[in-house]
Design a protein around this ligand. Structure first.
Ligand SMILES: [Zn+2]
Length: 218
C-alpha cells in the first residue's frame, strides 16, 4: 500500500500540477468516444496501451472481459448498465472488447468445477463464457494447451461482441451507423495489439496504418 500512497503524492506534485488546466476543464464534463471493455487483470492498462488521457475512454473491466447477453442476469447487470450509459448518455461511437494473453479467467474455464467451489461467484460468472469453452473443445481438441489458450482468449472476444449485439439499443445504433464494434487482443509480453478483421475472420496486428474499416459488420 505504501507505494500507492507515495504514488498519490507524486501524482499531485508532478503530473497534476503540470496539467492543472486540463483537469479543470475535465472536471466539468466527460466526452469519451469509446467504450473499452476489458479484463480486470492488473497487467492490462487501456490508457497506457492506447496512450490515451483521462476523459478519452470509458472503461468497463471485469473478470474475463465478459458481456452478459441481454436479459441473462436481469436488471442487476453492471455491464448492461455501462452499455446503456455509454450509448445513450455519452453517445460513444465505438465499442472495443479487448481480451489478452495469459488470461486467468480463460484458463479457469477449463478448471474442474470442484476446484471452483470456493469461488461460486467466479464459477457462475464464467459460465457466461461456457459456450466459448465448448466451441474450442469441439474444434480445437487436438491442439497444444498454448494454442487452446490463445484461441479461447480470441474466441471469447468474438463471443462478447455477439452478446453486445443482443441489446436492442445496440442493434439500433449499429443499424443507424452511429456505433461500431471492435474486437482486440492484447499480447502482454510483446506489447502487440491485434484487431479482428471480420472479412478475413482473423486477428491482425494493429500497425501504424491500421485504424479504418476494421469494425465488425452487424
Ligand atoms: Zn484476463
Amino acid at each position: 500500500m505504501d507505494r500507492l500512497y507515495k504514488g498519490i503524492h507524486k501524482f499531485q506534485e508532478s503530473y497534476f500540477k503540470k496539467e492543472e488546466e486540463f483537469f479543470q476543464r475535465l472536471s466539468q464534463e466527460q466526452k469519451p468516444d469509446v467504450l473499452f471493455i476489458t479484463c480486470a487483470d492488473s497487467r492490462v492498462d487501456p490508457n497506457l496501451v492506447t496512450q490515451s488521457s483521462p476523459g478519452e475512454i470509458f472503461i468497463v473491466r471485469n473478470v474475463g472481459n465478459i458481456v452478459p447477453p441481454h436479459d441473462a442476469i436481469k436488471d442487476k447487470n453492471s455491464v448492461a448498465a455501462a452499455l446503456e450509459f455509454a450509448v445513450f448518455n455519452l453517445k460513444v461511437t465505438d465499442i472495443i472488447v479487448c481480451g489478452h494473453s495469459n488470461c486467468g479467467a480463460m484458463q479457469m474455464l477449463y478448471e474442474d468445477e470442484q476446484l471452483l467451489r470456493r469461488m461460486p461467484h467466479v464459477n457462475e460468472w464464467l459460465e457466461l463464457s461456457a459456450p466459448v469453452r465448448d466451441f474450442v473443445l469441439k474444434y480445437y481438441s487436438n491442439t497444444s494447451e498454448e494454442i487452446r489458450q490463445r484461441v479461447t482468449e480470441e474466441e471469447n472476444v468474438l463471443f462478447q461482441l455477439q452478446n453486445i449485439q443482443t441489446y436492442p439499443f445496440v442493434q439500433e445504433a449499429l443499424k443507424q451507423g452511429v456505433l461500431h464494434l471492435h474486437g482486440w487482443y492484447y499480447n502482454i509480453g510483446t506489447g502487440s495489439i491485434y484487431y479482428y478483421n471480420s472479412s478475413e475472420d482473423v486477428f491482425e496486428l494493429i500497425g501504424e496504418q491500421s485504424g479504418k474499416g476494421n469494425n465488425i459488420p452487424e
